[in-house]
Design a protein around this ligand. Structure first.
Ligand code: G6P
Length: 370
């Protein structure tokens, strides 16, 4: 059995370790030799159609929805087209405003999620072009979509999605860059810089994986708690949501992801002596603000772990209890690294609590009922 798990104790751990390969495979062949252009022939959209896109709706469930939150951040920054995120089971019933100038992006690892498939049909019925980001080429969603951007993560067995999520982030980045090229919102040198940074991501993931013992030790600490918080701003908030979901799914520790500045408008009362708060602080532009939010929870007794880059480590150490450092990358790409540490955290917390990591109770890998 460990043979099919590649020597790992669980599929989830194996799949976490397959991410460098998944990143490379998803990027391969999708940029030119000069490294300053993205090539996506699988997009069945003319330049004219791309230039006419007025809004984008990203629709998905679960982890794929969370990938879409990062996708929105990427696309809005790179292309300046307004993007909405929708939970697939909600999409049809809110009478979404879809026109032939809307690009609907459905995201699904399996390509079989019933609600996501229904959202795809809703988009098409309203004349939108539906682009699917999926990991399964022959899936229902891949077959019905107008364009398919395949993630090459390879089969994902563990119920908790890891390499599919990060491959979706890579796909969104490529898509954002491609749309930006066509619409002229990013210069060639800017695109080249981002593509070069993307090429370093697989090795940078390896650096995080090599530090898993430190994450394991912290996971054993939080395994004793009943609830905890993830906080962050911007893309860090999107990653916080995925980190929180991952932890809940497999460790059954209750957690909540909050936009760092919003905690004081809501559940700050739940922060008391010893409550763990995991603060994602990778975004230079809002770092000071995040630090002041960290101080708010520290003042109430929270035990804070910050996830940040080396250059901010010393700064943060003055206001938090522990720091976990991730390799330096562009602000746009941090999610592809920071989330890996949160996947490991969820994994080791589940392990410490003796749960069935690969098959958490009550969840299914693919949900084909609405
Ligand atoms: C299920 C799984 C989740 C997954 C979601 C969407 O609920 O338990 O892990 O994120 O479906 O799956 P999809 O295959 O559409 O990405």
């Amino acid at each position: 059995v460990t043979a099919e798990k590649g020597g790992y104790e669980h599929f989830m751990l194996k799949e976490i370790h397959e991410q460098p390969k998944a990143y490379r495979d998803t990027m391969r062949g999708r940029m030119n030799a000069a490294g300053n252009k993205v090539i996506l022939p699988e997009l069945n959209l003319t330049e004219e159609q791309i230039k006419n896109i007025r809004n984008i709706q990203i629709v998905a469930c679960g982890t794929a929805y969370n990938a879409g939150l990062v996708g929105r951040n990427l696309i809005e920054s790179l292309v300046r087209i307004p993007v909405e995120n929708d939970i697939a089971s909600e999409y049809r019933y809110r009478a979404p405003i879809v026109t032939p100038e809307t690009l609907v992006i459905v995201v699904s690892q399996s390509g079989e999620t019933a609600d996501t498939l229904a959202a795809l049909r809703e988009g098409q019925a309203n004349g939108a072009h539906v682009l699917a980001i999926t990991n399964v080429v022959g899936s229902s969603i891949a077959r019905e979509a107008n364009s398919v951007l395949v993630t090459l993560a390879g089969p994902e067995i563990a119920v908790a999605s890891t390499k599919a999520y990060t491959s979706q982030l890579i796909a969104f980045t490529l898509l954002g860059l491609y749309l930006a090229e066509v619409r002229g919102t990013q210069s060639e040198p800017e695109v080249a810089k981002i593509l070069a940074a993307m090429q370093s991501l697989p090795e940078q993931v390896e650096v995080i994986l090599a530090q898993k013992e430190a994450i394991k030790a912290y996971a054993e600490q939080i395994a004793e708690h009943k609830h905890l918080f993830f906080i962050g701003r911007g893309v860090d908030y999107a990653v916080a949501q995925e980190g929180s979901l991952k932890l809940k799914e497999i460790s059954y520790i209750h957690s909540e992801a909050y936009a760092a500045g919003e905690l004081k408008h809501g559940t700050l009362a739940l922060i008391e002596e010893g409550v763990p708060v995991i603060a994602l602080a990778t975004q230079e532009s809002v770092l000071e603000k995040t630090v002041s939010n960290i101080k708010e929870v520290k003042a109430r007794g929270a035990h804070v772990l910050a996830i940040t880059h080396e250059e901010h480590k010393d700064d943060l150490l003055r206001s938090v209890d522990q720091v976990f450092v991730i390799p330096q990358t562009l602000p746009l790409l941090t999610a592809t690294l920071s989330v890996v540490s949160l996947q490991l955290l969820a994994y080791y917390a589940s392990l410490a609590l003796g749960h069935d990591v690969d098959k958490p109770r009550n969840l299914a890998k693919s949900v084909t009922v609405e």
